[in-house]
Ligand binder design. Structure first.
Ligand code: ATP
Ligand code: MG
Length: 417
């Protein structure tokens, strides 16, 4: 038997309703914040991610699915959503529209990861990006929207942590100090960290290796080196968050795994699970880096697999239920079958979830099946019923039976009480 590739999973019909419920709730929320959906290609030219995500990041150096297509172009399956959305923003001339431009996506991502709990090679992210605003109020609105997700899904124990990683101006000064700190022990760091020392020393602070994490303890923090503008921006973000009652913790250790971030970065961490479910930040340099005009922007992405897992955990009692059929029409004989076919067709056109036999089961087996799929009512049609134009409608929950007339409006009226 051919098995699925490592790090992928099937989302089965039995569980998909939870995904759909969560996606719908999040999309409704985003809509109220003025976001519209965008869908971008699964694959892009490799250069987009090298330049966008950054060629000294783990994502680009270790995790991308990159291949040459038959035309000899280097292609990469998207490892994240922002770079593609930014490319689309530039390529479609969205900069000329009224800002801010708010877009969200719901897409599969591909990363060659060490597969473990909550870490897959194909996974799904919902993300939200806003372009064309440098204001701290945009940061706060984005964080507020993210925070709201956990409220509407009834997911407690998620902690918001924020940090500022400054801009190229303050980073220049900081990197000098950081390099001095790292230099002393640089030969003790992992190979990857050593290669990043010259090009991008801040990346070393995001290394997941235990020995590097230990060596990083006591490293200078960028918060102490922010320029006036970045400091001011961060103060305003914190102040407004406090004023509107959103709790946060400052974690100077957040540097994020993608190079494009500037100023505010944030993560929502599930305290019990110990993993980040949603992460994002400002990326004021990215549009320009990818060939557009200088455009301040920011966004976040949440991991669907992780959200579904914790949603289930905290909503055991009142987990959204799968929608069962309202009605099953059981038929005996060819004529009844024809009538049943016509009735279900019309009812379905009217938006009713109604099922009938399509495997030629006996009437007894049809009833059994209707029970198994959780049909709320069963309508039984035979020769007599056709002649009298009346049939018995059984409420499967109460066992109560009513004789009703066999026209679509009437059936619908009885099952929708
Ligand atoms: P980490 O440091 O944990 O690797 P990251 O910086 O790579 O995280 P992002 O790229 O910002 O994470 O992704 C945002 C969110 O997407 C994560 O918080 C997580 O919920 C989800 N996510 C990221 N990678 C994976 C994966 N391999 N499998 C499942 N979900 C993931
Ligand atoms: Mg990662």
């Amino acid at each position: 038997m051919i098995q699925k590739p490592k790090g992928t999973r099937d989302i089965l019909p039995e569980e998909i309703y939870k995904w759909q419920y969560i996606e719908k709730k999040i999309q409704e929320l985003f809509k109220n914040y003025g976001y519209k959906e965008i869908r971008v290609p699964v694959f892009e030219n490799t250069e987009l991610f090298q330049r966008g995500v950054g060629d000294t990041t783990d994502v680009v150096q270790k995790e991308m699915y990159t291949f040459d297509d038959k035309g000899g172009r280097s292609i990469t399956l998207r490892p994240e959503g922002t770079a593609g959305v930014v490319r689309a923003y530039i390529e479609n001339g969205m900069a000329s529209k009224q800002s801010p431009i708010k877009m969200f996506y719901n897409m599969a991502m591909y990363r060659y990861e060490n597969v473990q709990k909550g870490r897959l090679r194909e996974f799904h992210q919902i993300g939200a990006e806003v372009f064309g605003t440098a204001s701290y109020m945009a940061d706060v609105e984005s964080i507020t929207m993210a925070n709201e997700i956990f409220k509407i899904l009834n997911i407690p124990n998620v902690e918001l942590t924020i940090n500022s990683i400054g801009c190229p101006t303050c980073r220049a000064e900081y990197q000098k100090v950081l390099k001095k700190f790292l230099e002393k022990n640089i030969d003790k760091y992992c190979y990857t960290c050593q290669t990043r020392f010259e090009k991008n020393p801040m990346r070393i602070l995001d290394c997941k290796e235990e020995k590097c994490k230990e060596l990083n303890m006591g490293a200078p923090i960028i918060l102490d080196y922010l320029c006036d503008e970045c400091k001011n921006h961060f103060e305003n973000v914190k102040k407004l968050l406090t004023e509107i009652g959103i709790d946060y913790k400052i974690d100077p250790g957040i540097v994020r795994g993608l190079d494009y971030y500037t100023k505010t970065v944030f993560e929502f961490i599930s305290k019990e699970e110990g993993y980040t479910v949603l992460a994002g930040g400002r990326y004021d340099g990215l549009v320009e880096e990818l060939g557009g005009k200088q455009t301040p922007a920011l966004g976040f992405a949440l991991g669907m697999e992780r959200i579904v897992e914790i949603y289930e955990k905290y909503n055991k009692e009142n987990l959204v239920k799968e929608e069962n059929p309202k009605l099953y029409i059981a038929g005996i004989g060819e004529k009844a079958n024809t009538l049943a076919t016509i009735l279900v067709k019309k009812l379905r056109e009217n938006g009713v979830n109604v099922q009938k036999d399509i495997v030629e089961r006996s009437i007894k087996a049809q009833f059994k099946y209707a029970d198994k799929i959780g049909a709320k009512y069963v309508l039984t049609i035979g020769e007599d019923e056709i002649n009298n134009n009346k049939a018995k409608l059984k409420n499967m929950e109460t066992g109560e039976e009513t004789e009703i007339e066999l026209d679509v409006e009437n059936i619908q009226k009885h099952i929708e009480i």
